[in-house]
Write a protein that binds this ligand. Sequence first.
Ligand SMILES: Nc1ncnc2c1ncn2[C@@H]1O[C@H](COP(=O)(O)OP(=O)(O)O)[C@@H](O)[C@H]1O
Ligand SMILES: [Mg+2]
Length: 213
Amino acid sequence: MLELHNIRFQPATSERVVLDGINLKVTSGQPVLISGNSGSGKTSLLEVISGLAGAKEGAIHWNNETLTRRQRRWLCGVVFQFPERHFLGLNIAQELKLGHKRLTSEQSNEVLRRVGLSGVDKRQAPERLSGGQQRRLALAVQLLRRPEVLLLDEPTAGLDWSVRTEVLELLLNLARDRPLIVVTHEPDLFEGWRGNHWKLKEGRLHALSPLPL
Ligand SMILES: Nc1ncnc2c1ncn2[C@@H]1O[C@H](COP(=O)(O)OP(=O)(O)O)[C@@H](O)[C@H]1O
Ligand SMILES: [Mg+2]
């Protein structure tokens, strides 16, 4: 279980506190959706959890132990809002192999299948994929790292309405085995979300009633 205790965050260059006493528990099988307007601090929250940014106050526990920022970088797999900015490989096969030199063709096919990219030509440059496919590839890259916790920043941004249900199903499936947090500014797209739903506003989390199934 991932637990956030009274997290306060203020970027060095910001005059205001962005996260102001965040408390949250995330367990496997109970995914968390956090919605909030643009600028409400959603990305900052994922950065703090994953150790990419440092909180001013508060603690983050994993299975009742406090983890350092460095430990949290290993713990968390983050799928960023604009994954294309983070691709390094010249083609899909290479992208998957980064950090996994011995990855077999079967293993890469398996992970591509899990994210709904089976059949894609692995010799293509990641940039040639559509926005939705790039996000799936970024997710595949993270899954290969076998992170304990998955964090997704705006996974539906710019996606076609028609693939929305597929993405939702994929996320809910992945959430069965690990704590998972999704942040979004478009909660309407998550109709059917089976998990908790919070709203981030003025630096704090407010519980929302479950979305209709
Ligand atoms: N490194 C930073 N330096 C200065 N301000 C920042 C930094 N990171 C985030 N902020 C500010 O924190 C607020 C929340 O940003 P962000 O977490 O990106 O929100 P969201 O993802 O909800 O749109 C914004 O006002 C943004 O300008
Ligand atoms: Mg953001």
